[in-house]
Design a protein around this ligand. Structure first.
Ligand SMILES: [Zn+2]
Ligand SMILES: [Zn+2]
Length: 216
């Protein structure tokens, strides 16, 4: 079976209408949604082709926003988070409104400035089942949540885990002023408090010994 249907030809690029922005296979694009009050769809262009009338079509692989997934948006999802779906489509190239960049999670967290066109993904999403790959990610803090790159976290110098200031009873302003941070498990003060708390249920040697002396 021929890969290209008769009368169609593959294109190396497409220039977005009314702009000088050039889209090539592999690029990520914003596409006009069917309802104008919705945010643009995000897709990765797999292939660009023109038919015999020179209508340009793009084969795309959709990125889903958390809201569009079966599980919906969760607390740890970032504002710019997308899921790379297994849902492909062919669309008219005219629906492309602009280009964007979908970073890996790691690269996104290293960006100095996040622009309007910057997104990230860390999960692949199966549109039919609502399943994610990977199905688990590292969790942090007392609340044991995956990292939301929109939320400030502070790293403990002791255990190297990361914590939300709010989960540690601090404001974000407090956390930003800290030179160093020790979580409650690693903080020496907390250890002192804890041993005091434990005092009544684990008596010191003195209290054990004294009654024996009195018996003699
Ligand atoms: Zn937390
Ligand atoms: Zn710690």
């Amino acid at each position: 079976m021929a890969k290209t249907k008769p009368g169609r030809k593959d294109l190396d690029s497409y220039t977005i209408r009314g702009t000088n922005k050039v889209v090539r296979p592999g690029d990520c694009v914003l596409m006009r949604p069917s309802e104008s009050d919705k945010p643009p769809y995000v897709a990765r262009v797999e292939k660009i082709e023109a038919d015999h009338r020179n209508n340009v079509k793009v084969r795309v692989r959709w990125y889903y926003r958390p809201e569009e997934s079966a599980g919906g948006r969760r607390q740890f999802h970032g504002a710019k988070e997308l899921f790379l779906s297994d849902h492909y489509d062919v669309q008219s190239a005219h629906t492309i409104e602009g280009k964007c960049v979908v970073h890996t999670f790691k690269n996104y967290t290293k960006l100095e400035n996040v622009g309007a066109e910057d997104y990230f993904y860390r999960f692949e999403y199966k549109a039919a089942t609502g399943g994610f790959t990977p199905d688990g990610v590292a969790v942090y803090c007392k609340c044991e949540m995956p990292y939301n790159p929109d939320d400030l976290m502070v790293q403990c110098e002791g255990c190297k885990d990361w914590f939300h200031p709010s989960c540690m009873g601090m404001t974000i302003e407090d956390a930003k002023k800290l030179d160093r941070f020790l979580c409650s498990d690693c903080s020496p003060n907390e250890h002192a408090n804890r041993s005091l708390n434990h005092f009544p249920v684990s008596p010191s040697i003195e209290t054990k010994v004294e009654p024996k002396r009195r018996k003699r």
